[in-house]
Each structure stands twice: as C-alpha cells, then as structure tokens.
Design a protein around this ligand. Structure first.
Ligand code: BGP
Length: 491
C-alpha cells in the first residue's frame, strides 16, 4: 500500500467562505465581510469610506489610502455573510463528511467569532461554544480537525482603527486569540496552521494595510511572521501533542526553455515563493531576501527578541495548496496570487474555465522539491477542480432530488492523487494528509462566485445568493468515498 494506514484523507474549507452567520452569536465583522462578489471578468472589491466620508470601492491591490475604513454599504452583495451556512448546518455537513469516510476535516476559526473587535481580553462565550460543538460533532465520527487559525480574515475593527498588521500591537491580539484556542480546544484539536497562504497576504483584506509601499507591506508581514512563531511556541507549551504547520500557495514553476537567462529567472521566481518557507521552517530570513530588502532600501524594524522568536517558533509541518503550474521567462516575476491567469501558456497543459493550467505531474515535482528542501512532513491542504456543475432533476424514492455528474472533477483529482502516490512510493516523500479544497461547494475566494464549484457535495446557491442551500451528493462524492475506503488503492 502506497499511503500509510493513518493517512489523513479529508477535505478543506474556510470560515469566511463557508460559515456565514456573520452577525450571529456575538460575532464581530471581519475584513472579508466588506468584500463584494465578482466574477472571472469583474474583480471583487472592498467597499470603504475615505477620510472625507465618500463611499468608494477598491480591488485587491489598489491602495485605499490613509484614514479609509471598510464598511458594509447598501446595494452591494457580500457573499461571506451567509456563505453556505455551515453555522446552522454543521451537523448535516459533518454527517456527510463522515459518510464519505473523512479521517480529517480542515476548517478555520473566525477570529471575530471569538474576539469580535480583536482587542478584547476575554473571548466571546458563544463563539467558544459554537466551535466546541463543532469539534465534538467531528469527534463523534472520529474525524480529526485541522484548524487554520487565520484564513484571510482580520477583525474589521483592527483594520479600520489600528491599521491592522502595520501596528505591532496586533501581534498581541493574535497571540491572545491563539492561546485561547489552544487552551479552550485542548484535547479536541491537535493539528493547526497559523496563517493561510502566507504568500498571498500582501493586501488590505489580510493585513489591513491601506498603502502599497513595500516598506510598510514587509514590515506588516514581519509582524505576521513573529505572531506565527509566537503562536507555534504557545501551542507547543499549552499542549505538547499539538502539531502546528505553516501554509503556502505553492504551484509548480517551469523555465520557458533552457536559455540560461530563463533558468536563472526561474530560480529567482522560486525564491520569491520559498523565502516564506525559509522563514517559517528554518527560522530566519534567507540571505537572498535580505539582499533584496537592502537593494530596495527596505528596513525591517525588529525588536530585540524577534530573531530568537523566529528561530524558536519554527513549524512542525508544511501545508500547501496546489492548483496549477506556471511558466516563467527572463524579466518576468511569478507571483502566487491565487487568482492569476497564467501569462505564459504551457503548450503541454489544458486549462480550467478560470484559466488555471492543470498539471498533476507538477504536484509530484512540488512534493519532491519541498520535501528535499525542508525535510518536514508535508500536507496537501488544498487541491481541486473549480468548475461549473449542471445539476439534473431526478426522482429517487418518489422524491425529487438533484443528480450532479462531474467526471471532470473526478478526472482532475484521480490524476493528482496518482502523482501523490508516486511521490510517496517512489520518491520517499513524507506526506501525511490530503484535504482537497471546498469538499462542499462554497464561495470562491478569488472571485466571490458560487459557480466556481469544487465540492463533492453540491449546495443549491447561486452567485446572487438565491437558492435553498440544500445539499446533494455529486458523483465525485461516491468516487472519493471509495478512494478513502481503499486508502488510495482504487482511483
Ligand atoms: C486559495 C484559498 C482558498 C480557496 C482556493 C481556491 O487561495 O486558500 O481560500 O478559495 O484558493 O481559490 P478560488 O476560490 O479563488 O477558486
């Protein structure tokens, strides 16, 4: 058998795209709650007021300017508010995950459900109760939770009033929140990740930053690194059983051809992604990044203990998302922004409807690359096929239901799992888990749409927020159930 007996098969979600209940149970607003819906051709925006009180919109990388405040405005649709309503339907969903045979379930905790403003000393009791109930429900079916402590959502209050991660004090707020999670959910949760896709955080939604000045962006990110390391240390102290990982968006990258300049650029593109792992796995900024800071006159202000904290707070495993690969050529920089359409097409690959180049072999290459470089256990915490499903009405046992035939999704996952298998069996990679993204249909992070579906479970909801929210098993549901049952032997 290629995969170890205890291999963690499961699926992945995130609170801001799945949970909903945005004003219930004492929850506070987050930066994701002021993000509108978009599409492949129309970018999502943040609605905010400028210092003169004018209502404005900004896309992800447009700096909003000092004094701007994210707000919910009339006439806009904000998909995170209801999302697909895990808040009220978690029992039904977890039962479906159990039916598929999940051994693990990746979810995130909404920071503002526990600390509505982010600055409180004590957590919101209702929030603690909600997650305790969810973890107990998972326990009932022996499903291990894998919890992301921060999946792109920052308390709106911290963003609006404290400039988010630009302010070093946000570190204390985050660490307090993490310590609360480690203490309150001790014995219920063992696997954690600090920040989702840390290499995709350089914008207002994640950092609460209103400028695009690299000096400010990197300083804010430095605070995130320190906060993550402190959280790792706290997690280990509170429960030595805890395994705490980092998380990065990591696609395969190729040089256009064997021209030496293209190869060199490819190496630099890799560094552009790897330096995040270097900091979180090795515990220090790599020399090539420090040189880059120096060239660009960026000076990271560090407090006396920061270097020590980074060294002591290295992670136990690497979690990464893998969806596509990219091609790089001299003069071009590859950024893992998550919603990029690949600028240089790869003639050997096909694309999905959102322009993402499908590359199962690239997943094996990435597993070899990451394991070779860091020798830490790896976990594919996101992977999957975002596509349009066409449900068909059918009558089963006299009741009308929906059938969803999704051979394209099965094909994508089958090919990726086959490559994972080779990485484990042939290349000796220590792979501990696989949690495909959006195991149940949810809101797309990049576009805010519902139509970009990843799930094994179909959710009746459209891009404007209409639909019953009822759940239906897709063909891929039964296929994945058999993959788990045979521990990946039958694909
Ligand atoms: C990653 C995020 C997820 C998820 C996924 C798919 O970047 O961690 O939150 O949504 O990408 O992206 P999208 O939803 O844009 O298809």
């Amino acid at each position: 058998m290629a995969f170890p007996q205890n291999f963690l098969w499961g699926g992945a979600t995130a609170a801001n795209q799945y949970e909903g209940g945005y004003k219930e149970g004492g929850r506070g607003l987050s930066t994701q709650d002021v993000r509108t819906a978009g599409s492949r051709t129309k970018k999502r925006t943040v609605t905010y007021t400028d210092t003169a009180g004018n209502l404005k919109e900004a896309t992800r990388f447009e700096p909003m300017g000092k004094g701007s405040k994210g707000i919910i405005a009339d006439g806009f649709y904000y998909p995170s508010h209801t999302a697909v309503d895990f808040y009220h339907r978690y029992k039904e969903d977890i039962a479906l995950f159990a039916e598929m045979g999940f051994r693990c379930f990746r979810m995130s905790i909404s920071w503002t459900r526990l600390f509505p403003l982010g600055t409180e000393e004590m957590p919101n009791a209702e929030g603690i109760r909600f997650y305790t109930d969810v973890f107990n429900e998972l326990k009932k079916y022996s499903i291990e939770p894998l919890v992301t402590l921060n999946h792109f959502d920052l308390p709106l209050y911290l963003a609006n009033e404290k400039c988010g991660w630009t302010d070093r004090k946000t570190i204390d707020c985050f660490v307090r929140y993490c310590e609360t999670c480690f203490e309150r959910f001790k014995g219920l949760v063992k696997y954690w990740k600090t920040f989702n896709e840390i290499n995709c955080m350089l914008d207002w939604n994640k950092l609460g930053i209103v400028s695009d000045d690299p000096q400010e962006l990197y300083q804010a990110l430095h605070h995130v690194f320190v906060a993550s390391a402190l959280a790792v240390k706290a997690g280990h102290r509170i429960d030595p059983e805890n395994k705490i990982g980092m998380m990065i968006a990591y696609g395969a990258v190729y040089p256009l051809d064997c021209h030496p300049d293209n190869y060199l650029n490819y190496l630099h593109s890799l560094q552009n992604i790897q330096w995040y792992c270097d900091v979180q796995c090795r515990g220090y900024y790599p020399a090539y990044k420090l040189k880059e800071f120096e060239r660009n006159h960026i000076q990271i202000v560090m407090e006396e203990d920061d270097e020590k904290i980074l060294r002591e707070g290295t992670v136990d495993f690497i979690g990464f998302s893998y969806y596509f690969s990219s091609v790089t050529k001299a003069g071009m920089e590859v950024k893992m922004t998550g919603d990029q359409s690949q600028d240089v097409p790869n003639p050997y690959l096909t694309k999905n409807d959102w322009g993402w180049q499908i590359d199962p072999v690239g997943l094996r290459s990435v597993l070899i690359e990451l394991y070779g470089r860091y020798q830490k256990p790896l976990w594919i915490v996101e992977n999957g096929f975002g596509g349009i499903d066409t449900p068909e009405k059918q009558i089963t046992d006299g009741k009308e239901t929906l059938a969803i035939h999704d051979p394209y999704r099965i094909d994508y996952l089958k090919k990726h799992i086959a490559e994972m298998k080779k990485a484990v069996e042939i290349d000796g990679v220590d792979l501990i888990g696989y949690t495909p993204w959006g195991c149940i249909d949810l809101i797309s992070a990049g576009t805010g749409e519902m139509r970009k579906r990843y799930g094994f479970i179909y959710v009746d909801r459209d891009d404007e927020g209409n639909g019953t929210l009822n759940r239906y098993r897709k063909d891929s549901f039964y296929w994945y159930q058999n993959v788990i049952r045979t521990n990946g032997e039958e694909l």
